[in-house]
Write a protein that binds this ligand. Structure first.
Ligand SMILES: Cc1ncc(COP(=O)(O)O)c(C=O)c1O
Length: 373
C-alpha cells in the first residue's frame, strides 16, 4: 500500500467543478486585485474566527511582518517567540531589524511555555515590545497566561495562527485571542489556496486601517503616501478559491480530528508507547490538526523504513531556530532550549488529511509497529 504524506488531488477532485466556475467568473470579470472576492473573504474570515476585521495579504509571512509593523515594532526592539516553529515567525522579526528572543516550548503541545515566558520577563523585560505565540500543528498556545503577562508588561500579542485556522481555545477562535491573528493560505494549510496568500485578523479598527494601508504602499488615497508600506495583496483568484473551500473547512477539520482519534486508538493498541508518543490536545483546546506529529525514538531510521514501505512523512522541524546559522549573532547555543532541541530530534509528522481511509491509517501504524518489533 502507498500512503502519501499529503494528497491535495483528492480534495481538488471533489470540488473541482465549483472551483472552476468561480475561477471563470473572476477571469470573465478581469478584476484581479482587491476586488469583490477579497472583500467578501475578509468579512467571512473575520466572522469565522470571531474577530471584527480581517485584511487579506500576500502570504502568511507578510501577515506576520505587517502585523509587527502595525504593532510599532522596529529596529532594536525585542520580540519573544518560540524557537520551534516555521522560520517565518522569527525571520519576520529579524527582517525588521528587531531581535527575536526565544522561549522554550512545552513538551506535550509543542507551543511556547508560558512559565518560561514569565521567567524571562521577570529576569528582564527591557526592550521587549511584543510576543508571537505560535499555534503549532493546529492547537492554540496557552493564551490566558500569555495575554495576562503581555498586558502586565504592555506587549502586543501577535498570534501566528498560520497552521490553525478554525482552532479554538476555550471556545474562542484562533486569530481572535490577541491584538493580531496571522494566517497562511499556503496550499498545505487546512485552508489552502492555489499559490500564496495570507490574512490578518484584529478586533481594532485603527489597526485594521493601518494594515490596509501597509499592504498598499502606505497609501489611503491613490498616489498619496502617509506611511511607508509595501505591495502585499491577496488577489481575486486566490480569494475566489478560498471562498469555495471555506464552506468545507469545518468538515475537513472534523475529518482530521477523526483520523487523529483513530491514530491514538491504534497506537494505544500497538503497544509501542515506549517508542512513539502521540500528540496531546489540552482540554481547553479544539485542534484542527494541520499536522499529526509524534515523537519517535530512532526517528530518522523510522522515516526511512516508512518511505521504503510506501508511507510518506515529514519532519517539522529538524533544527530549532536558535541553532540556525542566520541567527548565530543572537548568541544562543546548543542546550539553551532543551525541549525544542529534543522535539527537533524526535518529531515526525504522519499523514492526517481528511480523505485518508481507515485502512491507510491502520497501515501507517502497523508499519511503524513493525519497525520497532
Ligand atoms: C507557523 C507558520 N508561520 C508562518 C508561516 C508562513 O506562511 P507562508 O508560507 O504563507 O508565508 C507558516 C507557513 O508556512 C507557518 O507554518
Amino acid at each position: 500500500m502507498n500512503v502519501n504524506f499529503l494528497d491535495l488531488k483528492k480534495q481538488y477532485g471533489k470540488i473541482k467543478s465549483e472551483l472552476m466556475r468561480e475561477l471563470k467568473t473572476v477571469c470573465d470579470s478581469q478584476h484581479y486585485v482587491l476586488g469583490p472576492n477579497v472583500k467578501a473573504l475578509e468579512e467571512e474570515i473575520a466572522a469565522y474566527c470571531g474577530a471584527k476585521y480581517a485584511v487579506g495579504v500576500a502570504s502568511g509571512t507578510d501577515a506576520i511582518l505587517l502585523a509587527l509593523v502595525a504593532a510599532g515594532v522596529g529596529p532594536g526592539d525585542k520580540v519573544v517567540t518560540t524557537p520551534y516553529t516555521f522560520f517565518a515567525t522569527a525571520g519576520s522579526i529579524s527582517l525588521l531589524g528587531a531581535v527575536p528572543v526565544f522561549v522554550d516550548i512545552e513538551p506535550d503541545t509543542f507551543n511556547i511555555d508560558p512559565n518560561e515566558f514569565e521567567r524571562l520577563l521577570k529576569r528582564s523585560s527591557k526592550g521587549i515590545k511584543a510576543v508571537i505565540p505560535v499555534h503549532l500543528y493546529g492547537q492554540c498556545a496557552e493564551m490566558d497566561t500569555i495575554r495576562s503577562l503581555a498586558h502586565r508588561y504592555s506587549l502586543s500579542v501577535i498570534e501566528d495562527a498560520a497552521q490553525s485556522i478554525g482552532a479554538r481555545y476555550k471556545s474562542r477562535g484562533a486569530g481572535s485571542l490577541g491584538d493580531f491573528g496571522c494566517f497562511s493560505f499556503y496550499p498545505t494549510k487546512n485552508l489552502g489556496c492555489f499559490g500564496d496568500g495570507g490574512m490578518i485578523t484584529t478586533n481594532n479598527r485603527r489597526r485594521a486601517d493601518k494594515l490596509r494601508m501597509l499592504r498598499g504602499h502606505g497609501s489611503r488615497r491613490r498616489y498619496y503616501y502617509d506611511i511607508v508600506g509595501t505591495n502585499s495583496r491577496l488577489d481575486e483568484i486566490q480569494a475566489a478559491v478560498l471562498r469555495v473551500k471555506l464552506k468545507y473547512l469545518d468538515g475537513w477539520a472534523e475529518g482530521r480530528r477523526k483520523n487523529a482519534a483513530k491514530y491514538t486508538e491504534l497506537f494505544g493498541k500497538a503497544g509501542i508507547g515506549s517508542s512513539v508518543t502521540v500528540p496531546e490536545i489540552r482540554k481547553e483546546n479544539l485542534s484542527v490538526y494541520n499536522q499529526f506529529v509524534v515523537l519517535a525514538k530512532k526517528r530518522d531510521a523510522l522515516r526511512k523504513y516508512l518511505s521504503a514501505n510506501g508511507v510518506g512523512s515529514e519532519i517539522y522541524y529538524p533544527m530549532s531556530l536558535h541553532q540556525q546559522k542566520c541567527f548565530k549573532d543572537l548568541g544562543y547555543k546548543k542546550g539553551d532550549f532543551p525541549v525544542s532541541e529534543d522535539a527537533a530530534k524526535k518529531s515526525l509528522a504522519l499523514p492526517i488529511y481528511p480523505e485518508l481511509k481507515e485502512a491507510e491509517l491502520r497501515y501507517v501504524v502497523s508499519t511503524i509497529a513493525a519497525f520497532y518489533s
